[in-house]
Design a binder for this molecule. Structure first.
Ligand SMILES: *Cc1c(COP(=O)(O)O)cnc(C)c1O
Length: 356
């Protein structure tokens, strides 16, 4: 049966990226060797890394004065690397979900943290607005898309202090004015590639301002100086990221992807809003284009298991909501075709006709 992959992460990738990765694992560029058994210092691999960096810059319109790094450790490692490298006295954070809270916890190890706005009061079902950004903080950290709760900020903030953004789950899903950020980072395993590689887009002038000693591997300057080759980079994962970037380019770039993502999200949110039995969990102006959360309306909660089973019978994968939200979560990342969203909507309608 055809599977419709709504996994939250690791998640669906473009078929062509998977096929080309599979080929390269068997043999890279007619070399007689596999992608995963060659030195990262070979011309073959260096060309892949260089292309991935160049395509990232091109597709996201990254200005000249930014570096693109591919590191290990996941987005979670950035939660400590950011304050290690940037926090002198005080940092400002937006508390918009579990990932933001984890980032805040690490930052507190390095200095004062001011939570300038939080949506914890309503279980993170909206994106805060109208907050003041303190000019005496070293940076402001935000999570642009809250993967678990399904809320997203739909514009680039104007910040008087360096803006650092975790874009793990919405990178390259929409155009971004990179010049408004001092740093953008994320794990690749939602929209870009397999687990194991973390992208970092960073403006070098924010570095070198803290007094503390920074371990070599945790110092961004090490990786900038060595072009992500200080130690062995995650070669396999970088290969797939490069293939995904080529796929984005071949479709017509991020603006085109954004149009496709909006169409998918509109289709599903419309079905939720019209449903007699389902209801969305997030305030409308904060709704994520990437992670669409919904639950059964009061009176229908006992249908949870039956609907999960119905989805399974129809090849729908990964739709169970995170345990902190319950209900259902459809992750509609870049590589998910609109046909899969339509198939989900059809399942919802059919289930409604039998159960409403
Ligand atoms: C998945 C996710 C993370 C964690 O990424 P890891 O690479 O597993 O450390 C962090 N932030 C956000 C927004 C995420 O969606």
């Amino acid at each position: 049966m055809k599977k419709h992959n709504f996994n939250a992460g690791p998640s669906i990738l473009p078929r062509i990226a998977i096929e080309n990765t599979a080929k390269a694992v068997l043999e890279l560029n007619n070399s007689g060797l596999s992608l995963i058994e060659i030195s990262h210092r070979t011309k073959d691999f260096e060309a892949i890394l260089d292309e991935a960096v160049a395509l990232f810059k091109e597709q996201l319109n990254i200005p000249e004065n930014y570096k693109v790094l591919f590191l290990g450790g996941g987005a979670s490692m950035q939660f400590c690397m950011v304050p290690f490298n940037l926090l002198n006295k005080k940092a400002a954070y937006l508390e918009t979900g579990v990932w933001a809270k984890k980032a805040i916890k690490e930052a507190k190890l390095f200095g004062e943290v001011e939570i300038i706005a939080s949506s914890a009061d309503k279980n993170f079902t909206y994106y805060p607005k109208g907050f003041n950004i303190p000019t005496d903080a070293d940076y402001l950290h935000i999570t642009t898309n809250n993967t678990i709760y399904g809320s997203e900020i739909h514009y680039d903030l104007d910040s008087p202090i360096p803006l650092v953004a975790d874009m793990s789950s919405d990178i390259l899903s929409r155009p971004v004015d990179v010049s408004k950020y001092a740093m953008i980072y994320g794990g690749a395993q939602k929209n870009l590639g397999p687990a194991g590689v973390t992208f970092v887009i960073i403006r070098e002038d924010i570095l070198g301002k803290v007094e503390r000693a920074i371990p070599t591997m945790l110092d961004y300057r090490t990786h900038i100086k060595e072009g992500s080759m200080f130690n062995t980079p995650p070669c396999f994962a970088i290969f797939t990221v490069n293939e995904t970037l080529k796929w984005i380019k071949s479709l017509g770039g991020v603006n085109k992807i954004f149009e496709m993502n909006k169409a998918k999200a509109e289709l599903l949110y419309k079905a939720i809003d019209e449903s007699p039995i389902f209801v969305g969990t997030v305030e409308k102006d904060s709704r994520s284009l990437m992670n669409i959360c919904f639950v059964l309306k009061p009176g229908y909660e006992d249908k949870q298991e039956a609907f999960m089973e119905f989805l399974k019978q129809n090849g729908m994968v990964g739709l169970k909501g995170h345990r902190l939200v319950g209900g259902f979560r459809a992750s509609t990342y870049n590589a998910l075709p609109i046909e899969s969203v339509q198939a989900l909507v059809n399942c919802m309608k059919e289930f409604e006709s039998k159960n409403a």
